[in-house]
Design a protein around this ligand. Sequence first.
Ligand code: MLT
Length: 267
Amino acid sequence: MHRLSILGKQGQSISVVACGQGPMLMLLHGFPLDHRMWSEQLHTLSQDYHVIAPEFRGFGQSTLADAPYTLADLAEDVECVRQHLANQQQIHLCGLSMGGYVALEYVARFGNHLGSLILSNTKPNADNAEASAGRLAMADVARAEGAQAALQGFSDRILGPTSREERPQVVSLVHQMLRSASAEAVARAQHAMAVRRDFCESLGGFSWPTLVVAGDEDALCPLDATRDWSRRIPKAQLAIIERCGHLSPLESPQAFNSRVLQFLHSI
Ligand code: MLT
């Protein structure tokens, strides 16, 4: 496993952790996490794939410039990483939650570079007014009182009850990542997500093999809603990970990895 820095769209330094050889599988993390949420995938999926886990602006070791950004800018950063590491190759792109929102922006801009798409614990819809206002309030708290105040109680929302009760190492890693998040990274990401585009109407035109992953204990992206929107994607398969909350790759890595490998091998 090694780390490298790649120049992103607006001169950002995008930190990337990479492992293995073969077709490229790019993993986009959730908010406000970093490449560590993909530890088990970097370890296992790299036996067959060149696994790449970039970190979004301000998270992990990626830099955060002064200007605000949009999720479209993050998709452009992902394309910089692809161009740098994959050259003309197509990639398999997997995004979890906020990483899924960025993956959808990537599809809209650079779909011709995609071999397949994995959307994990995410959703295609934009925020309604209430959700968007909640994000701006979180950004204000982060800036006024710090990231830890803004993220109070967040681990309970993203981890399912099974993980909270039975997987202390997962809980501990999530707490470590939450403690690493900076106030400004939290605020900027919330601002970007608050104004993200709605992709519900585009799903019917998706031509890529697509795997949608849902956790049956995911409170942020509930299974029933995921089932509904995944049906709109012509070639989508739905993988339900049991006893698992919003962070399927971390909470149930074996089940997640096996569904992903089954999907990728079937392409
Ligand atoms: C995430 O897990 O990336 C976030 O919870 C996404 C969101 O806040 O919508």
